[in-house]
Design a protein around this ligand. Structure first.
Ligand code: NAD
Ligand code: ZN
Length: 322
């Protein structure tokens, strides 16, 4: 089969036309034919050697495919060990021994892939698999972060103010969810003018650049996570407000009494559960507007897709088609 392989850290992706086909392991597992695979910014972090991923590796964790019996499916890629307390709670994505497809085991930049269990395949039904593919990570991660955030906003007796830092692939989903699921005022902060315009189209109340003043916000979701954006978040969070860090920018900030407003909370949010992916697919069926249109490129253009994402030249999500 054809596969796009990352040979080593900071190396160029290689298209291999005779990559070995995936096989069942001891007769166990499933094989899916891949229809579409989204390109997530986390793929660039793998290329940059920021994750302890075993290389060479076939990247790609936003996978829509076809299963011989289930038909069109969306892949849940963070596979837990099934034996730890996190897995028992359904939080497979934070299992210490998880094997995340496309990040730690071969993923979806290819024609076919192995999936260890049918439970990781969510039937898509009538949803368009190409538009739906990025729901598997971009959509799901933003959904979980907004879900955490809604719990923080819920006790408030007034309209909450929400700041989203970085409204690229993930942040754009968050705008839609906040619009549909809360009555919060949504402010989008992005360095790129085109992302700010897109944020307003998706329903943000305001879109601002990094140097603009912002009144205190009750909820801040930081989709970048750099020193700079964490400093913005810490300087903007309201008393009793919450900062949720999603971006893997590797930044740090001061936390402590007197360092942040009274009772401000910080947390990270990681991917999402299988239940949340099912809930998200139900939401997508009711509200197709949560799935922004995507740009497609042939799988063989994966390196070009990476270059464009790195340069900020992707409006929403690129989806690779084998
Ligand atoms: P993206 O490249 O599609 O979007 C990033 C956006 O941030 C762009 O619009 C860019 O213009 C903007 N931006 C860059 N620097 C900025 C700054 N300093 N201030 C404001 N805006 C800035 O990326 P994405 O796919 O949405 O991923 C975002 C981050 O989330 C990445 O670090 C990715 O690895 C991470 N991520 C985390 C999880 C998780 O489970 N926590 C899951 C998926 C992705
Ligand atoms: Zn991702």
């Amino acid at each position: 089969m054809r596969a796009v392989v990352l040979p080593g850290i900071q190396q160029t992706l290689v298209v291999e036309d005779n990559y070995p086909d995936p096989v069942l392991r001891g007769g166990e597992g499933e094989i899916i034919e891949i229809t579409a695979c989204g390109v997530c910014h986390s793929d660039l972090h793998v290329v940059d050697g920021e994750f302890p991923s075993p290389l060479p590796l076939v990247l790609g964790h936003e996978v829509a495919g076809v299963h011989p019996e289930l038909g069109p499916v969306l892949l849940y890629a963070p596979w837990g060990c099934g034996a730890c307390p996190q897995c028992a709670d359904g939080d497979e994505m934070i299992c210490a021994n998880s094997s995340e497809a496309g990040l730690f085991t071969n993923g979806g930049y290819c024609d076919r892939m192995f999936v260890p269990d049918r439970k990781y395949l969510a039937p898509l039904g009538d949803l368009d698999p190409i538009t739906a593919a990025p729901l598997a990570c971009g959509g799901l991660t933003a959904y979980r972060a907004v879900d955490h955030g809604r719990k923080a906003l819920a006790p408030m007796q007034r309209q909450g103010r929400v700041l989203l830092i970085g409204v690229g692939g993930l942040g754009q989903y968050a705008i839609r969810y906040l619009r549909l699921l809360t009555d919060a005022k949504v402010i989008a902060l992005d360095v790129a003018e085109d992302k700010r315009s897109r944020a307003l189209e998706f329903g943000a109340d305001e879109a601002i650049g990094p140097d603009e003043d912002i009144a205190p916000c009750d909820l801040i979701i930081d989709f970048i996570g750099s020193d700079t954006t964490l400093a913005t978040a810490a300087g903007t969070v309201a008393r009793k407000g919450m900062i949720i860090v999603v971006g893997l920018g590797g930044g740090q900030t001061n936390f402590g009494l007197g360092k942040v407003p009274p009772e401000a909370r910080f947390m990270t949010s990681f991917w999402g559960t299988r239940q949340q992916m099912d809930d998200l697919l139900d939401l997508a069926r009711r509200e197709p507007s949560i799935m922004p249109s995507v740009e497609t490129l042939p799988l063989t253009d994966a390196q070009h897709a990476h270059n464009r994402l790195r340069e900020g030249q992707v409006a929403g999500r690129i989806v690779l088609i084998p």
